[in-house]
Ligand binder design. Sequence first.
Ligand code: GTP
Ligand code: MG
Ligand code: NA
Length: 343
Amino acid sequence: PVQNGQNLRSPICCIMGHVDAGKTKLLDCIRGTRVQEGEAGGITQQIGATYFPAENIRERTKELKADAKLNVPGLLVIDTPGHESFTKLRSRGSGLCDLAILVVDLMHGLEPQTIESLNLLKSGNTDFVIALNKVDRLYGWETYPNAPIRKAIRQQSKDVMIEFNMRLTQVITQFKEQGLNTELYYKNKEMGETYNIVPTSAISGEGIPDLLLLLVQWAQKTMIKRLTYSEKVQCTILEVKVDEGHGTTIDVVLVNGVLHEGDQIVVGGMQGPIVTSIRALLTPHPMREFRVKGTYLHHKEIKAAQCIKIAAQGLDHAIPGASLYVVGSNDDIEVIGKSTMAY
Ligand code: GTP
Ligand code: MG
Ligand code: NA
């Protein structure tokens, strides 16, 4: 929908950080789901994706009485694994996103995969917000479920504040050692040069409104050009999966453009380009994690940005990370085929 004369697509936001920093739990808290509890060993082992419509973000941030309008249709959040063995997935996730949340465990500070994630974001020139998570673990923390962080912080005892400030200062110093200026977002006077820190709890939800609002406002303020919707299909394969009832499917992130049922597509394959046509376009319900098996919504057409499962024939050898092209009536399939292989 064209809002305020702007035709923006949803920003794609990647959530990154060290194993067990609370990435999936933060998303569970926003979705109202329990995905993390169902993970083997409590460890994320695949890339995930969740679509948050603007109305849910509006609802979740209303206590902040934000006067700024939400001009984006929603937010697509890509969950990545923090375990050290999944560097490739972190890199694939960070390569796809417009902006990111870097999650740091307040009790642990910067850890090896925090720094690895940070370097991926730096090398991709990707802007990010730091979620300083697990504030509820401060000794004596009084819980204010889903409250804006300043409201929650104001209610804490002096001892809690002393511990919070000490740990915050340590984290700011650790970022400094990585060459980065960081500051609590509501004290940050140099937005754009100094990175924003939002204290959060994925268990009780403090700081979640702040995190969501900051992400959306930041994207709308600084990324208008990048987020202006373009008809030209820009689409990347995340995973190739066998799905009961659908055969081999590809999970894709559609960054720009529209896909239709029946579209002829070309995707990168291990034995060369695969030419096929879309049999079904599937997504989970909004606010539901893509990688968790549930009921799919079937779409006749779907507009970017979205994470979509595509069912089609001949996808067995499709390559994660490769591009997907839609064949137009004037296109030369051989030429398109070559470009799918250049990922
Ligand atoms: P990987 O995906 O495996 O890298 O981990 P993750 O960053 O997604 O962390 P996850 O959501 O799996 O959380 C790890 C553990 O920390 C779980 O036991 C969570 O319940 C716990 N946890 C996450 N966030 C918080 C928080 O804000 N407060 C507290 N007290 N515990 C948290
Ligand atoms: Mg996780
Ligand atoms: Na985990």
